[in-house]
Write a protein of this length. Structure first.
Ligand code: THU
Length: 137
């Protein structure tokens, strides 16, 4: 398990990388920082498209980057949405993709520009995940 200091540091990485988001259509930037089992932090941002449906969320881009780098086991995820005051959690599609590579108790923190932070787990965000036992990782 990671401690509060590690999660704080991971969240700062998410805040920093959110500035790289490509979000000219929604003006809603998202940064995701994934802590891998070997200590590497892999980041992702949302990448929008003028054909709106082609948009890919920050969380899925972070997972895809990590898998590309050969990392398959994740210890924690932090998500920053600086364009909302309130925390905005991962969308349903991202919850499913995150859960492919994590234990249900993997911690997730998300926060907007305000003071409120949500500290939860992928199991709480994707409950009754009955396909979890099919995981191959
Ligand atoms: N977005 C993410 O990157 N992650 C989420 O979990 C929620 C939504 C992006 C998609 C789109 O570029 C923008 O935020 C507004 O929905």
């Amino acid at each position: 398990m990671i401690d509060k200091e590690q999660m704080d540091a991971l969240y700062i990485e998410a805040q920093k990388i959110a500035m790289s988001a490509y979000a000219p259509y929604s003006n809603f930037r998202v940064g995701a920082a994934l802590l891998c089992e070997d200590g590497t932090v892999v980041k992702g941002v949302n990448v929008e498209n003028r054909s709106y449906g082609m948009t890919v969320c920050a969380e899925r881009n972070a997972v895809a980057a990590a898998i590309t780098m050969g990392k398959r086991r994740f210890l924690a995820l932090a998500i920053s949405t600086p364009d909302s005051a309130e925390p905005v959690g991962p969308c349903g599609a991202c919850r499913q993709v995150i859960s492919e590579f994590t234990a249900p108790d993997m911690p997730i923190r998300f926060a907007g520009s305000g003071k409120k932070q949500v500290n939860t787990t992928i199991g709480e965000l994707l409950p009754l995940d009955s396909l979890h036992d099919l995981n191959k990782n």
